[in-house]
Design a protein around this ligand. Structure first.
Ligand code: NDP
Length: 399
């Protein structure tokens, strides 16, 4: 029987957007099933999808930590592509279930072990042969960053510069949700990322910084000047490998003073810890308990106002002349909420997750193996961004 339809795994904020947007593209996807650990969350998204698009989707309960359980569900549904928008902890189990069932795989975040605050592509790239030998694609990191940022770099390389020597990825969320402290996506993943040491790549070497050590005040188009801090981010690893002639790549993200002072305080008292501690005879993991206390990111949508601006500043040579281009997208939290019942951080991830899935599903992106987005030709993805809600601009900057 021919493989048909998509299986989306995970039912959080990013999934809400990816599922609504997939339903808006039902002519391509034919059939959508959403599976996650908590069935009621799938049913909640199913209702949003019906309200926003009129499309009916199927829902299933699934523990995606269990490869055999995923294989069983894939065999039952026979989808052509699985989109993983659960957590980075499930990347390997879902990848293994996909290669075992001849199913294409897409995700938005690089594998992390729950007990170690460290992420890298190694274990996912090691699965390249499992996909390549079966004529399958595993598209790694098709969110915004990673994801669109890699496609942006590729687009500049294909259209504006002969070689890119310097890349700064600039990620600004100027949205205000009215809480003193909350994270815009999964708190555990977000806080682990921000509280870790920073790192950037220069002249073939990784240079480590202490958390939030390097700050620049960057003028984001349509948003204004915002304090931006250097972080390690996963696309640095793949772009340092895939952009020929690159001399330096860095990643900056904006944080307000309130966010930083809360995070420092939580870190100082041990609330960001990932090791279990004993509390009244029970073992609890501090950062998991903190997640229970903080607002659910999915609930921020209706309260968040303001813009995001995420883009890449690429400097290099064109016909021997040094040039610098800034390519970016601006997104409005309230517009995202009206369209998909989710705020812009989920939106800017969920839309590219759907686009990557669409291009693999319809065969336009058909490189085989475990690949990052910048390994594919950019034009189809850039066209989809324009029409699916994430329009972009390129401006030339002075040197
Ligand atoms: P959420 O925490 O809102 O949602 C995660 C979902 O995964 C929840 O529904 C959760 O279920 C489900 N899940 C967790 N464990 C399992 C499991 N073992 N089996 C089945 N389902 C499971 O996260 P977000 O929507 O904010 O983020 C989703 C992904 O997107 C993450 O990997 C994140 O890192 C990534 N991301 C990528 C970005 C990018 O630009 N590339 C930006 C932002 C996020 P339950 O609720 O029952 O626990």
């Amino acid at each position: 029987m021919d493989k048909k339809g998509i299986l989306i795994i995970g039912a959080g904020g990013v999934s809400t957007v990816a599922t609504v947007k997939s339903a808006m593209n039902i002519d391509t996807f034919e059939k959508i099933t959403l599976a996650s650990r908590t069935l009621s969350k799938c049913e909640h998204i199913k209702n949003i999808v019906k309200e926003k698009t009129g499309v009916d989707i199927d829902v299933k309960q699934l523990d995606a930590d269990n490869t055999d359980e995923i294989i069983k569900l894939i065999k039952e549904l026979n989808p052509k592509v699985v989109l993983n928008v659960a957590l980075p902890y499930q990347d390997l189990t879902i990848m293994d279930a996909c290669s075992a069932t001849d199913t294409h795989y897409i995700d938005t975040a690089n594998y992390e072990h729950p007990d170690e605050a460290k992420f890298e592509y190694k274990l996912q790239w090691e699965r390249n042969d499992n996909f390549e030998s079966r004529g399958l694609t595993a598209l790694l990191g098709s969110g915004f960053d990673p994801g669109v940022t890699g496609v942006f770099v590729k687009y500049i390389e294909e259209n504006y510069l002969d070689t890119i020597e310097y890349i700064d990825i600039m990620d600004c969320n100027a949205g205000d949700h009215g809480y003193k402290f909350a994270t815009n996506f999964n708190p555990e993943i977000n806080l682990r990322e921000v509280s870790a040491n920073g790192r950037y790549w220069e002249n073939g070497q990784w240079i480590e910084t202490t958390p939030l050590e390097i700050r620049v005040d960057w003028d984001y188009p349509e948003v204004g000047v915002k304090a931006s801090y250097l972080l390690y981010h996963e696309e640095l690893e793949s772009l340092a490998k895939n952009v020929k002639g690159l001399k330096r790549i860095r990643f900056f993200m904006t944080f307000g003073d309130s966010y930083i002072s809360h995070m420092n305080c939580l870190q100082n008292v041990g609330m960001l810890g990932i090791e279990p501690v004993e509390h009244k005879g029970m073992m609890i993991t501090p950062i998991e308990f903190l997640k229970t206390l903080l607002p659910d990111p999915a609930s921020l949508g209706s309260r968040t106002k303001g813009l995001t601006n995420i883009g890449c500043v690429c400097e290099g040579l064109k016909d021997g002349v040094r040039k610098k281009f800034y390519i970016y997208n601006v997104c409005d939290h309230e517009a995202c909420y009206r369209e998909t019942a989710s705020q812009a951080v989920s939106y800017t991830t969920g839309v590219p997750a759907m686009i990557g899935t669409k291009l693999v599903y319809n065969g336009k992106w058909n490189l085989r193996g475990a690949r990052n987005v910048e390994e594919f030709a950019s034009q189809d993805y850039m066209d989809e961004l324009m029409t699916q809600g994430l329009p972009w601009k390129v401006i030339e900057m002075g040197i």
